[in-house]
Design a protein around this ligand. Sequence first.
Ligand SMILES: C[S@@+](CC[C@H](N)C(=O)[O-])C[C@H]1O[C@@H](n2cnc3c(N)ncnc32)[C@H](O)[C@@H]1O
Length: 257
Amino acid sequence: MDPRDTAVLLPQPSGNHVVDGFFDCAEESAHYAFSVQLLLTQHATLVPWQTEGVAELGSGDARAIAHVVRAVPGLRVHGTDISATSVERAEQTISGLGVADRYTVEHGDFFAWADSPSGRDVSTVIANPPYIPAPDADILMPELWGGWYGNDMVLRLLKAGFDHLLVALPSYSDPAATLSAAHDLGYRVANFLAMGLEFGAYSGEPKVREHIASLTAEGHGWAGGDSYVVAVALLTRSPELRRDRATELLRALQLPV
Ligand SMILES: C[S@@+](CC[C@H](N)C(=O)[O-])C[C@H]1O[C@@H](n2cnc3c(N)ncnc32)[C@H](O)[C@@H]1O
């Protein structure tokens, strides 16, 4: 495929409302999708997605990655989502776009699948993971809870043993701590795409917004009023990577370096 062919169709605008228990934020999903498409294509020699396929933590309703699978010949994705409503919707999305032969989504916990024999056959994971920081999971969509700092799920992913992670890192979920843990585990930042976003339904929920304000005041991330930055980054343990862009990534997330 021509690497300039990176068009991703935007999902229908959601207006950031919460619909029947599945994640719905059109801009964020489109940014994730576009970034996955561009970074996989750009790093096709480093990341063995063409031979192994990739796994996805938290496919949601699959609107993001189904378009990528349709656009990228040879890309195969095995997704998992813990929300039954999301999986039901994902199946409709996938069959509607005609990519069921290359994109499957199963209901369950990604980490249970990762420990199974099929999980051990894949070295690349893509994820726009749950990253809402809050004192507890009693939030609009409990499946989006990322622990006190919001980075529990990505820290778990880093420790799960995959060589390549293509993950969304929001500026308010202590990305400096995440990148420091990644570095200690042997990951380097191959590249990333960063985008400014307004607080939506999930981060704008009063309990979450207040928690983010205190975390960022304590230096565990960045938010500017109602605004934050999300970067989708490729972290890799490949020895073939020539340049580590961790410092550039921290700057893009508005963090001191
Ligand atoms: C931020 S949403 C992303 C959805 C979709 N990838 C997108 O970007 O539009 C995170 C998703 O992760 C799912 N999730 C949370 N914990 C999970 C787990 N342990 N295993 C699999 N999926 C999980 C949630 O149900 C939710 O659909």
